[in-house]
Design a protein around this ligand. Sequence first.
Ligand SMILES: Cc1cc2nc3c(=O)[nH]c(=O)nc-3n(C[C@H](O)[C@H](O)[C@H](O)COP(=O)(O)OP(=O)(O)OC[C@H]3O[C@@H](n4cnc5c(N)ncnc54)[C@H](O)[C@@H]3O)c2cc1C
Length: 500
Amino acid sequence: MNREKMLSQIEDSSIKWDIVIIGGGATGLGCAVDAAARGLRTLLLEQGDFSQGTSSRSTKLIHGGVRYLQQGDIPMVRDSLRERGHLLKNAPHLVNPLPFVIPAYRWYEPYYYTFGMKAYDMLSGKLGIDPSLLLSRDDVIEKFPNLKNDGLTGGTLYWDAQFDDARMVVALARTAANENACVLNYLKVDSLQKENDQITGLVATDQLSGSEYTINAKAVINATGIFADSIRQLDDDKASEIIEPSQGIHIILDASFLSTDHAIMIPKTDDGRVLFAIPWHGHLMFGTTDTPDVPIELEPKPLEEEIEYLIEHAGRYLQKAPTRADVLSVFAGIRPLVRPAHTKGGATSKISRDHHIDVSAAGLITIVGGKWTTYRHMAEDTIDQAIKSASLPAKACPTLDLEIHRSAEREPLAQEHAELNEVLHPEFEYKKAAIVAAARHEMAQTLDDALSRRTRCLLLNKKATLEAAPEAARLMAEELGKDQVWIDEQITLISKSCKP
Ligand SMILES: Cc1cc2nc3c(=O)[nH]c(=O)nc-3n(C[C@H](O)[C@H](O)[C@H](O)COP(=O)(O)OP(=O)(O)OC[C@H]3O[C@@H](n4cnc5c(N)ncnc54)[C@H](O)[C@@H]3O)c2cc1C
């Protein structure tokens, strides 16, 4: 993918795109893949970097959702498990099965949870991974030598899947581009254009150059997650708000706090939350929270009480209780939940994760809610709606069996240039080639794009990222033809993000 070539495709304002998608997260890029694979002339515009919104800040699980099983939302769990099965098949390079253990502290809990997880297995049908198992106390201790075992009675082992969310978004962008879609980051939609009260296009500004583009479209899709209401209000300033934001944060600890390749799932804390401790890129990720009424922003800020909550709960389960100084990084994301009138102000953890499609009187198609796991199904429903609304030439949705792009540039680059074969920093698995590939092939425009989303350094360890930043900036500047002023600016910006 090359941004200059993509930009040249929107210079001709006489082109009429079949579908223009606003938002480059899981939902928007899922729609771009679907529309382009059906042969529709497709354009996607993202105001920041691809996945800079919620889609790079998830728990990184492709799952049915044990919490939703507990809540009795069987259709949603079944749909998610079906999507999990297809993703394991279509993107095996990005999605991998992961064993989870639910530790039990009351005598009946191992049986209770194993029974529940057998139902989970049944719901996944032929697309299941491996069967759930009842574990004795000794089995759990053997798998998790660093788990507190006072009062432990046993446990349940079950399977779900894990992925790297931001890498998946880049892979979706490249899959869409391979199907001839034009996908652009740093293009912000400022206004919608109408004729006879119907949307006919939009105006967008390049956030890097300041250039403005007028774009004609037969159908416009609003896939902007937590920002969906602001786009709905560009269409109709009286449009009611449908997003109920809910913030979730994760803390990253050294892997030695758990020392295992299994994940832990705590199904119910005393305040009714679900917590996960998950091995990820050689570290331990612990989360998440559910904090309502947070400001809607692209770079949400973790609250101190959320961090304290996770440290305190990690200490309840881990033999070595972590302290604030052990937290290597923290990241926050905001769930774009759909507001049901009756739960306004209530617990966001209980709001359904179903998706919701709305078509305005002027034809704006808004897709909100859902989960990362169900992005493909959400996209299928949205493009079906767009085809219907704009009377586009209909083709059946092909994405159930469509392979997701596999990037193959990092290794050859590392083999060709000895310098690029070196790791960026001893703390990370990434080689310097990953930074060059990010700039050359993955449309990374800033140092933050390369360190937060093409690699995940910033999410894993802030101090090490700060140490790696000058070298990463130098490699990117060489690739993008930038000068020392740009390098200094980028390092300053990363330093701000790396503040403890
Ligand atoms: C803490 C947390 C943990 C989660 N864990 C999981 C999990 O483990 N598994 C799972 O299945 N789901 C999980 N989810 C849910 C999942 O991450 C979200 O449902 C999904 O990422 C939403 O994607 P999206 O594309 O709708 O929104 P986003 O990723 O936010 O994308 C919307 C994009 O629109 C862009 N945009 C906004 N305005 C404009 C404009 N004017 N012009 C152009 N672009 C614009 C934004 O910049 C943004 O990038 C989690 C969510 C959170 C918060």
